[in-house]
Design a protein around this ligand. Structure first.
Ligand code: 3H9
Length: 701
């Protein structure tokens, strides 16, 4: 069967009576590298030839069953044997093949399991086909075998969303045959295999089953839903095409079609972008400064401030199993904070993220609100989430410094204030760090870890470890106004305001950028956040504003009129019944500003709006990288992807810049500079990359 070489031996076989136990051992996640595929193929061939073998058991060593194809091999020439061939070989075995599942059986790993004849799993095991999250579809029979085992609606759901299901659902849907009792999957699966031999169970190839038909209209409904929920993405729609093949075609034809679609996606830009995002998110935490540095233990967490941010942080920490103490000014505020957190936890309960008993336990044993800072005396870390004023922060940090135990970490959730200055307010600047959460804090994935001049590496390491506990993607940022994300945001917002003054309406800008892939347009986002927030920032920065800056005033005008966005029913848009509506009054305000500035409005194409947005973003990001505020271009990508709604299938702004070419970005900047040569000054790093013919990716290593 196998044609390629065996490069190493991550697959072993041993006999347990008449059962051949084939074990994959390829840490950390048992990915299906060429050596694993070759090893599986060889051992299955051997087991088939051994007369004494009555059944084959495939299991995995370590923390998980196979988590998928080896993503590192993607984009390189295929090394034989291919995964579909190995799975076909397993399925064709004349001896029953049992698959023992623990950890996460994902992608090609789950497809391997579908190729077996019987499946047993630990109760804690999880199952998924996450290929769409990498811009792909299951390419080793998943789209053909899964709907032969589970109802089509479940297959559609799993394959087009990339989400995971637990063992109980897997059993109910028909994906697995048995849940093992206890947590020893090896013993349980050996027992299962023995029983199968004793009862004379025959091989049960999934491909011979008839595909479960969809409910009438289900495929069309799924397609329409995906057009909205996965707007701009190719893979989920192609996955539906492949699933359609499972209904309309023979198994062999369906498999061939799946293969062709998989290859098409493998060659797509979206696949490249999404795999970049996958690896970038795993690269962000790998920093020389914390290599080998042990983080401090964090079990108890304090929060100062129970507003939207503080309550979100508290909820996040409670859901992650930490004990939380929240301090507010007075009993009215503590009551409010308590109610907010319990409401957020109830929401988590409704979404199935928390059981009723756990909820009760958290509220009675793990969460406390108080007005007394002394209650922080035993906290391992305290996160301040109070009003963004350096004077207010000073008061808080002096109190924290006085009550917190030695070694406790004092963190600020500031989104732009100087963390060095905050650290200097304490007698322990080495224990002070910025932890910038994004709202809603229990939902948003991004956490900027702002490392001040004197922050100890151990404290930085603890920030990253805490982020992992909280389920966040953490990015290291240096100290500057706005850190990585908000600094870049403020720059591209100026560029977009410039586009509006030149002639586009905010509604044109939003439409063009939503079309580009953003979940929401930037002006609609401002309305959601509250226009008063940006107004306060602009007022704060006004004394430092360069007189050469072409300042657009229309946002201030809206605020002066009390138009703060959604919360006041009017901002850029009008909010009433139904969808937010563009407001002609806003066009009027902008037209007045244009005429005051002597600007004759011109039409801007959607492409020009996107080009301005991207050029401004990439230019400022290049400065952020050059100044060391972000460590590498990939840190910028991860920040924008996880905190600012940048479309994942475009990989992030720096990845995008490499796709279109840094020279194109530089040319655009030069063009736009004819209109405003203060805003559009090319970043030296961008100029250097273009001169040397290099990409941003070259700076990632
Ligand atoms: C597929 O299967 C295609 C098939 O349909 C068709 C083929 C023909 N390959 O995330 P972690 C590395 S597509 C290579 O930090 P966790 C990862 O980079 C694939 N490497 O751990 C990291 O390396 P490092 C479908 C992989 O415990 C280390 O493992 N499968 C792969 O938080 C630890 O990862 C997926 O999309 C891989 N497939 O989470 C699953 N997976 O230490 C992708 C991980 O050097 N993986 N690595 O930075 C995951 O979702 C998570 O890694 C997992 C573990 C849940 C498994």
């Amino acid at each position: 069967m196998r044609k390629g070489p065996v490069l190493s031996h991550p697959v072993t076989m041993e006999l347990h009576g008449d059962i051949a136990v084939i074990q994959v051992s390829n840490p950390p996640v048992n990915a299906l590298s060429q050596a694993v595929r070759a090893g599986l193929s060889d051992t299955v061939t051997q087991a088939a030839e051994m007369a004494e073998v009555k059944a084959i058991l495939i299991c995995c060593a370590g923390r998980t069953f196979v988590a998928g194809a080896d993503i590192r091999e993607f984009g390189k020439p295929l090394m034989e044997p291919s995964l579909p061939d190995v799975i076909d070989q397993i399925e064709a075995s004349t001896k029953p093949v049992v698959i023992a599942l623990h950890g996460t059986a994902l992608g090609g790993g789950l497809e391997l399991a579908l190729g077996g004849h019987y499946r047993i799993a630990l109760a804690s095991a999880r199952f998924g086909l996450p290929e769409v999250m990498l811009g792909l579809l299951p390419g080793a029979g998943g789209t053909q075998r899964l709907p032969r085992l589970v109802p089509m609606s479940n297959a559609i759901n799993m394959i087009t969303s990339g989400g995971q299901i637990g063992a109980q659902d897997a059993l109910e849907f028909g994906l697995i045959d048995q849940i093992a009792s206890g947590d020893d999957i090896r013993n349980a699966s050996l027992g299962y295999a023995k029983t199968l031999i004793e009862t004379g169970a025959a091989p049960r190839p999934t491909s011979r089953l008839v595909c479960n038909p969809p409910e009438p209209g289900a495929m069309d409904a799924a397609r329409a839903k995906l057009a909205k929920s996965a707007r701009g993405q190719i893979a989920p729609q192609k996955a539906l095409d492949a699933l359609r093949g499972a209904i309309d075609l023979s198994f062999a034809e369906g498999l061939a079609q799946e293969r062709a679609l998989f290859k098409e996606l493998m060659a797509s830009d979206q696949r490249g972008a999404m795999i970049h995002a996958f690896f970038a998110e795993r690269q962000v935490g790998k920093l020389d400064e914390i290599k080998g540095v042990a983080p401090r233990d964090v079990q108890t967490l304090g929060v100062v401030g129970g507003g939207t941010m503080g309550a979100g942080i508290a909820t996040n920490a409670l859901l992650a199993g930490l004990k939380v103490t929240l301090v507010e000014r007075d009993s009215e505020a503590t009551d409010r904070a308590y109610a907010t957190v319990s409401g957020l936890l109830e929401g988590a309960m409704q979404r199935g993220k928390l059981g009723e008993a756990q909820y009760g336990e958290i509220m009675s044993d793990c969460f406390k609100t108080t007005t007394d800072y002394q209650e922080f005396a035993q906290s391992d870390i305290v996160i301040e989430a109070v009003f963004e004023s350096i004077d207010v922060k000073k008061e808080v940090f002096e109190k924290l410094d006085a009550v917190c135990k030695p070694g406790a970490i004092l963190a600020s959730n500031t989104s732009y204030l100087d963390v060095d200055a905050i650290a200097a307010m304490t007698a322990r600047p080495e224990d002070v760090i910025g932890l910038h959460f994004f709202s809603p804090a229990h939902v948003m994935k991004l956490l900027e870890i702002v490392v001040a001049d004197r922050t100890a590496p151990e404290v930085t390491a603890t920030g990253f470890a805490l982020a992992k506990t909280l389920g966040k993607v953490a990015v290291r940022a240096g100290v500057c106004d706005g850190f990585i994300g908000n600094r870049i945001l403020s720059h591209y917002r100026k560029a977009l305001d410039g586009a509006v003054i030149a002639g586009a309406s905010p509604f044109d800008v939003d439409r063009a950028l939503v079309e580009f892939g953003l979940a929401m347009g930037p002006y609609a986002v401002s309305d959601l956040a509250g226009l008063d927030i940006g107004w306060a920032t602009r007022k704060r920065l006004a004394p430092r504003r360069d007189p050469r800056e072409a300042y657009a005033e229309f946002a201030d005008r809206l605020c002066e009129m009390g138009r703060f966005g959604r919360k006041t029913g009017r901002g850029y848009y009008l909010y009433g019944e139904g969808r937010p509506a563009p407001d002609p009054e806003v066009d009027g305000i902008i037209a007045e500003e244009r005429s005051a500035k002597g600007v004759i409005a011109r039409a801007l194409s959607d492409q020009e709006i996107v080009d301005r947005y991207m050029a401004a973003m990439v230019n400022e990001a290049a400065r952020v990288v050059e100044e060391g505020i972000a460590q590498r271009p990939l840190d910028v990508d991860v920040t924008l992807l996880n905190g600012y709604g940048f479309p994942r299938w475009r990989g992030g702004p720096m990845y995008y810049a490499d796709t279109v070419g840094p020279d194109k970005i530089l040319r655009d900047i030069t063009t736009f500079a004819a209109e405003d040569d203060f805003l559009w000054q090319p970043a030296p790093l961008l100029q250097r990359l273009v001169a040397e013919g290099k990409t941003f990716a070259s700076l990632n290593t």
